[in-house]
Design a binder for this molecule. Structure first.
Ligand code: ARG
Length: 481
């Protein structure tokens, strides 16, 4: 989601045999790493995704070095121009990436040297890969949060739209997956709008805490160069520099918080996906997915399978796994940086990709789905849905204790079951045979329409409340009316 316009070409490895010492840190080494050492150490295969952030952070660092008089303006400008060329090469998909250079940071520096020569070596003044990668990664996660927030808002927009259209559409409300009391479809959909609202809140909260800049912490202890950390922090849109250099290079809380928020969002999407699976099956038939969000069977021609919903449901496993993965990497790491921390990126990239795709699939599925309101209504009529309304009426109108009213309503349900009719179809005499206090006023509360219309308590399912709730949700979550 935060990829450069064109993916860089696949990284290349040098031919086996001759392995010269690293041109970057090879000063004290006579030979290069073994093939296995390179294989376990290399990260360019995945951290090339930090390229846009690495270029931004490097440019901010170079500009600060110039302003502080730490490098000359001539060298600094050559570095800035070189970084811009690398960006253009990356966008065009022509930037060469080499596995021998380990990671994205070394690749950028190596390419800069090839493009501008000697001044390239001055970019790394007062900086280490430790504060560099921590900065790049924070920028990446921040971009990912912004993209996911937008995607979640789009899903909320679709849900709120359906909620408005179906504020008075009656469906069974379930407990234990058994029809419990009738509710409105709009009310049901707005429950997911609330969940997504909390998910967005958690991402925003993570973003707020993340927004401090590690750059300038250098390897771990800070630097003796007269840098200005506030300049780089501000140039990169951070609120302030991280307060402690050891914490700055070793903290990955921001990534863990992102994964925790993402795992919970995944759980919410999975619950919604499960409802889509249930609702689109022929026994419920509450919802029909559009052709372009259904899949067929290779053997059973009649099938319309909700594969996208099933995959959204299943992808929760990856999201929860990513969280556990990174928690386990960081647990027990002594301060400050250790190479273990290179394992922070893949779970985060995978979680961000997974959530982006799951949100898009959910939004697409729901935008194009049709709610089968007649089936919902028919299902709401079965199973004596106004039994609670009857008990409540006996309490309200006739002064019975609720436990007594519950018992009476139960006996009336039994009578209707025996007679094979709805509660409101029982003759008054049959009702009075069970409870003599009942009058024909009782019929004013029986029936699903009356049931939902009566549930006007704040946050309740009555159509008028749902219309208000949808309007309020627009203001709270979409920033419009
Ligand atoms: N590729 C490394 C990572 O992602 C960059 C930092 C390397 N630092 C070091 N001291 N070896 O963590």
């Amino acid at each position: 989601m935060t990829e450069p316009a064109a993916a860089p070409p696949a990284p290349t490895s040098p031919p086996t045999g001759e392995r010269p010492a690293s041109s970057i840190w090879g000063g004290r080494f006579a030979a290069g790493p073994s093939a296995v050492m390179e294989a376990i150490n290399v990260s360019i295969d995945f951290d090339h995704r930090l390229l846009p952030q690495d270029l931004r952070a490097s440019a901010a660092h170079a500009a600060m070095l110039i302003r502080q008089g730490i490098i000359s303006e001539t060298d600094g400008n050559a570095i800035l121009a070189g970084l811009a060329r690398i960006k253009a090469e990356a966008d065009a998909g022509t930037l060469p990436l080499e596995r021998a250079l380990e990671d994205v940071h070394m690749n950028v520096e190596g390419r800069l040297a090839a493009l501008i020569g000697e001044p390239a070596g001055r970019l790394h003044t007062a900086r280490s890969r430790n504060d560099q990668v921590a900065t790049d990664f924070r920028l990446w996660v921040r971009d990912a949060i912004d993209a996911l927030d937008q995607a979640a808002e789009e899903l909320q927009t679709v849900l709120i739209g359906h909620a408005e259209a179906h504020a008075a559409t009656i469906m069974p409300g379930f407990t234990h997956l058994q029809a419990a009391q009738p509710v409105t479809l709009g009310h049901h959909l707005l429950a997911y709008v609330e969940m997504l609202g909390r998910d967005r809140g958690r991402l925003a909260d993570c973003r707020r805490r993340l927004n401090e800049c590690p750059l300038g912490a250098a390897a771990l202890a800070g630097t003796s160069f007269p840098i200005d950390r506030r300049q780089t922090a501000q140039a990169l849109g951070f609120e302030r520099p991280c307060a402690n250099s050891l914490d700055a290079v070793s903290d990955r809380d921001f990534a863990i918080e992102f994964l925790a928020a993402g795992a919970l969002m995944g759980v919410h999407l999975s619950r919604l996906a499960e409802e889509i699976v249930l609702w689109s099956c022929e026994r419920f038939a509450f919802l029909r997915l559009a052709d372009d969000f259904s899949t067929g069977s290779s053997i059973m021609p009649q099938k319309r399978n909700p594969d996208a919903a099933e995959l959204v449901r299943a992808k929760t496993g990856r999201l929860a796994g990513a969280l556990v993965q990174l928690l386990t990497v960081v647990k027990g790491l002594p301060l400050a940086y250790a190479k273990d921390l290179q394992e922070d990126k893949e779970p985060v990239f995978d979680a961000a990709d997974t959530l982006g795709l799951a949100l898009a699939a959910m939004t697409g599925m729901l935008r194009t789905a049709t709610f089968q309101t007649a089936q919902m209504r028919a299902a709401a009529e079965t199973g004596f849905p106004s039994a609670t309304d009857l008990a409540d009426w006996l309490v309200r109108a006739k002064g019975l204790a609720f436990r007594r009213a519950h018992h009476v309503a139960g006996a009336i349900v039994k009578a209707a079951e025996t007679a094979g009719c709805k509660l409101e179809e029982l003759p008054l005499a049959a009702l009075q045979a069970i409870e003599p206090a009942i009058t024909d006023e009782v019929f004013s509360v029986l029936g699903v329409e009356r049931s939902v219309a009566s549930r006007t308590s704040e946050g309740g399912t009555a159509p008028e409340r749902v219309r208000e709730a949808a309007a309020a949700a627009r203001l709270r979550f979409l920033g419009d009316s």
